[in-house]
Design a binder for this molecule. Sequence first.
Ligand code: 9MR
Length: 470
Amino acid sequence: MRRARWFGVLFAVVILLVGGLASVVRGQPESRVPRFITDDEGRALILHGLNTASSAKSTPDAMPDLSEDDVEREYRDMGTNFVRFLIQWRAVEPRPGEYDEDYLDKVAERVSWYEKRGYHVMLDMHQDLYGPGVTAKGDVGNGAPRWATETDGLPVSAQEQWELYYLEPGVVRAFDNFWGAASDATLMRHYAKAWGEVADRFADADAVLGYDLMNEPWGGSVQGAAFESGPLAELYRLSIDEIRDVDADSWIFLEPQAVGVNWGLPSALPAVDDPRRGENRIAFAPHLYPLPMDLGDDYATVKGEVDAAMTTWSDNVLRTAQRLDAPVVLGEFGLDATRPGALDYVESVADLADATGMGWSYWSNDPGGWGPYDEDGKASPLVKTLDRAYPRAVAGTPTAIDSDADSLTLTFRGDPDVKAPTEIYLPRGFGDGGELDCDGCQSDWDADRRVLSVATVADDEQHTITVTAK
Ligand code: 9MR
C-alpha cells in the first residue's frame, strides 16, 4: 500500500502539471457548464441521483436487486430526482439480431416506479471488462453477450484489483474485435442496433430522459485521442443514427475514455452531430475517481492531492463540455463511504457540482459499504450527506448554487419564455418550506414531496432565491 500511496501522489502531481500546462496552452478554464438539460417547460434541470445498480451486472435476467419500496425509500430519505439505471447489451440482444422484449418489459416496469415519483431516468448501457464471455466461468466482465465476445483464445488471468483485468490479453482482444480491428464494424453495428431497439421502446416514456451510450469505454490496444476520435466516436455516430430513427427527443449522454479521464486527464472526445431537428441534445457524462483513492488511500490522508485532482478534472471536463456544447452529468463518483473522510469527499464533489452546474449520480445504491444502506437495510450516514437542498428545476439559467445543511442560495438569469416556477427540494432539517427570501416571488410548499415552488417574474433579469432552515 505504501508503494501504491507514492504512486498515487506522484500521479496526482503529474496530473496537476499536465493540467497546469494545458491551462497555459489553452487559456483559462471555464468555470460553469455551457448549458443545461431543460424540461418540457423550458426549466433547467439539476439532477441528483444514484446508480442502480451494480447487482444488475450479474443476475441472469440482468435486473438489479430493487423493489418499488426501495425507490420510495430513496425518494423519502434522499429526495433524489434522477437515476442512472444499468442495462446490459447481453440482455437486450441475447442472440444476434434477436431482441428480448420481456427484458425491456422488466426495465419498463422499473422505470414506471421512478416515473410515479417524478424521477428522470438515464438508461446506461453498462459494461465492465467487456462482458462475461471473457472467461469461461463468466465471473469477470459484464455487458456484452457471449456471442459478441471474441478473445481469440487469449488468456485472462486472475487479478486482485478488478480494473487490472482491462490489461489482460483476452480482454484487450475482445475490445479490439468489437472496435473492428480488422476494419469490420459488425459488432459495433449490432451494438448500435441494440440501442435503436431500446430507444424504440422508451421514446415515449416520459420519465426516460436519455441514453448513456457506453459505460467507461476502453479502447483495447488503441488508447487516448486515437481511440476517442476514432472507433469510440464512430460507435457513438452509429448508435445516435439508430436512436434518432425512432426517438428525436431523448438526450444522448456520451462518456469519454475512462482510464485517465476519470482521474482528471483531458479527454479528446470530438463533438458528434445530432441529426435531430433543432438544438442538439447531446450531453457529456464523465466519471470521477481520483487515482490516490482508486489505489486504496483514504480522503482523510490524501485530501490535498485529491482536491487538486478534482480541480483539474473539473477544468478538463468543462473544456470538453464547451467543445461539445453539452450539459454535464457526473455519471459516477463514489467510494467506500465508511472510510475516514469519505463523507467529506462526497460533500466536496456535490459542492463542486453545485458550483459548476453539473448533475450527479452517486455509485451506487447497492447495499454495503459504498451504498446508503447496509445489507440489513439500515441507513448509513451517507444518506444524510446525499440528502441535500437543491433546485430541481430552475425558471432560467442557474448562475450559482450554494447548498449546505441549513441554507440554499440559488442565483439564476430569468427567461421570459419560462412560466413554470422554480422547484426546490428541501431536506427535513429545513422544516416545512424553510424560511424563504426572494424579491417579489410567490411560493407554494408541497409537504409530501418536500418541494418548494417559487414563482418569480418571467423576465431576463438576475434572480436570487435563498431558503434557510426554520
Ligand atoms: O463496485 C463495482 C464492483 O463491485 C465490481 O467488482 C466492479 C466490476 O464490475 O465494478 C464496480 O463498479 C464500477 C462500475 O461498474 C464502473 N465504474 C467504477 C465502479 C467502481 O469501481
